[in-house]
Design a binder for this molecule. Sequence first.
Ligand SMILES: [Zn+2]
Ligand SMILES: [Zn+2]
Length: 379
Amino acid sequence: MNGGNLQEQLFAWFQWFHRHPEPSGAEHETTARIREILRGIGITVIDTPLQTGLVARVDGKSEGPVVALRCDIDALPIEEHSGLSYSSGNAGYMHACGHDFHLTAMLGAAALLDRRREALKGTVKLVFQSAEETGVGAKQVLETGVLDDVREIFGLHVDDSRAPGVFSVSAGPVSAAVGGFRAVIRGKGGHASVPHECIDPVSAAGQLIVAAQTIVSRSTDPFDKVVVSITHVQAGNTWNVIPQEALLEGTIRTLGTDQFKTVAERLGRICGGVDRISGAVTEYIWQCGAPSVDNDAALADFAAKTAESLGLTVMPAIPNMGGEDFALYQQRIPGVFFTVGVGSPQTTHHPGFRANPSPLGAAAGFLAELGIRSLERTA
Ligand SMILES: [Zn+2]
Ligand SMILES: [Zn+2]
């Protein structure tokens, strides 16, 4: 395959994957197709207990360090309305987060690395990760131990807001530490005509909802980026009964992992305060799922310079408050997560999302080059 042919091949692969979106953790057809394409190129898939997704390896001619490139492969439970000729053929599912773009670019990188084995000063592992959207895929890959020998790791995501082919990379946090909370407010139910004989969990829930808004406005440094959203409220089932309980659920997001605990604990103290006023007893639990994707400064600089040397357009990253489980790799391995603009008319996770496939070749070339030069750095 020469450059032109590779781009055509990438478009064909991309359209196939776009037409075949599968849910997180059940990417069976996707995994089989990736396996088939890698076999066609002549690339070894490593034996792991992973049910879906896989890890492959490209070995150079000489022994050396190991680095990794990572993409995700799962789709979303969204009915597609993009108008694309190669729209989803699996009703109710759609590649609305561009993971089809990521995995196709990785297959392109695999083909390019295979052609340049002579130049490889070690091994590049290629991680095709399942279940990113549900936040469990990276953990499963790490638990297999297949990345224990990896010295540096690189991952990519599409950026709907930037023009096709604009790459973005920055040092420091670029995605949020994302978690959730649940507060069960236990009061004392009774007849709605005798509120003084009850402890009303609904009015307590109302106070809690309002007071929670002061976390960002009054308790957070204005220069910090924090989200506290209550997204689920449930209490009672009729008009003349004060219920026993009210339930609140929501999300906490902080750019940078350190602040997460502070914000979560602040909400816990507010629960305690509302309990004292209302007489209710609130059971409050929180958990942090993925930490922030936090790019290693030296590696971010290395990635930006590598992109520039390939003639690519590179800009500083636009941090976002979404979550991304690439962060879990970075807790063990120095790594960089970069984005590639795909100029979509709609955001990711929208039924009208359309990734422009024109930067597939550039993304594949950049990934391959990162692998090659990362081995040179760490050799
Ligand atoms: Zn997503
Ligand atoms: Zn995504």
